[in-house]
Design a protein around this ligand. Structure first.
Ligand SMILES: Nc1ncnc2c1ncn2[C@@H]1O[C@H](COP(=O)(O)OP(=O)(O)O)[C@@H](O)[C@H]1O
Ligand SMILES: [Mg+2]
Length: 279
């Protein structure tokens, strides 16, 4: 459980809460990203979405309140600038973000600020790159398995990489045989921006997801095709493109990740499944 030391229930925004905006990190047609203080806590990020209140996003982010995924940004609240939140609303009006009318019900996503480290990918070892890569794959698969949420927009801009002294972290899933220890090799990855996420009920088993994802990722042939499967694959393709963008030797990293995945898959699937590497 994410212990964020917030008073009461951290997923509820207290109407008395006032936000102090310390910096505007991004401002475009769709969003403001504000570095803020709220709940008497410093260094929170408030993502203000200028479009109208979106119940679908609300259910995705609510699912992620107090989540246990160490690779996903802690989410503290998702709401809109309604009258009950007088102080919030006033602050936003003061900043010119909300015009105070009913048709200006902007979404507010409140989350922990992830302090990113500037990373020179070329200076990372294969082990470190593979760990970053593996954290992303395994997070998106475990998340999907556990909550039916598919991110669908995984790319370098949508994760933050921090340095850590922790040696490893463990994913405990509801599936008793999938308790995955992830070696961090100095870096922890946080997935952000679930705005393009979708919730889709699983049509097949987790193990099959992983096998098929691997198969496609390693340019072998998938057995099952479905929309869900294609979405997962797209995420991985994006990531593969990112590796190219930062100009690193993809093949070594990919092989290492493949070995790591096999290590976790073998006890579950036995030795019958052969994944063909086709490079
Ligand atoms: N929790 C966070 N901690 C630190 N920076 C963040 C956080 N959330 C967003 N940002 C910064 O704001 C940028 C845009 O956020 P994102 O949620 O991806 O919005 P968009 O929908 O505009 O892509 C990110 O690339 C990141 O630099
Ligand atoms: Mg983004």
């Amino acid at each position: 459980m994410q212990n964020n030391n917030l008073s009461n229930n951290s997923s509820e925004i207290n109407p008395r809460d006032c936000i102090i905006v310390n910096d505007i990190l991004k401002n475009d047609d769709e969003t403001y990203i504000l570095l803020s203080e709220i709940f008497m806590q410093k260094d929170m990020i408030i993502k203000v979405m200028k479009n109208i209140y979106n119940p679908y996003l609300n259910s995705i982010y609510k699912t992620l309140y107090n989540h246990e995924y160490f690779n996903i940004v802690p989410i503290y609240g998702f709401t809109h600038c309604k009258d009950d939140f007088k102080n919030l609303k006033l602050t936003l009006m003061e900043k010119g973000i909300c015009d105070g009318t009913d048709n200006n019900q902007i979404n507010l996503l409140i989350m922990k600020e992830i302090k990113e480290e500037k990373i020179d990918f070329k200076k990372l070892s294969t082990k470190q790159l593979a760990s970053i890569f593996f954290q992303i794959i395994i997070t998106s698969l475990v998340l999907y398995k556990e909550t039916d949420i598919i991110h669908t927009d995984i790319k370098l801009d949508n994760f933050k990489i921090t340095k850590t002294l922790h040696d490893s972290e463990k994913y405990t899933t509801r599936h008793p045989s999938i308790n995955i220890i992830v070696k961090l090799h100095g870096h922890r990855v946080y997935l952000i921006d679930f705005d393009n996420g979708i919730i889709e009920k699983k049509t097949y088993l987790f193990v099959e997801d992983v096998i098929n994802t691997c198969k496609n990722f390693f340019n072998a042939y998938p057995i099952i095709t479905s929309d869900t499967y294609n979405l997962l694959i797209n995420d991985l393709k994006n990531y593969k493109n990112d590796l190219e963008r930062v100009n690193i030797n993809k093949l070594d990293v990919v092989k290492k990740v493949y070995k790591m995945l096999l290590k976790y898959l073998n006890p579950i699937i036995g030795n019958d499944v052969i994944i063909i590497l086709d490079y």
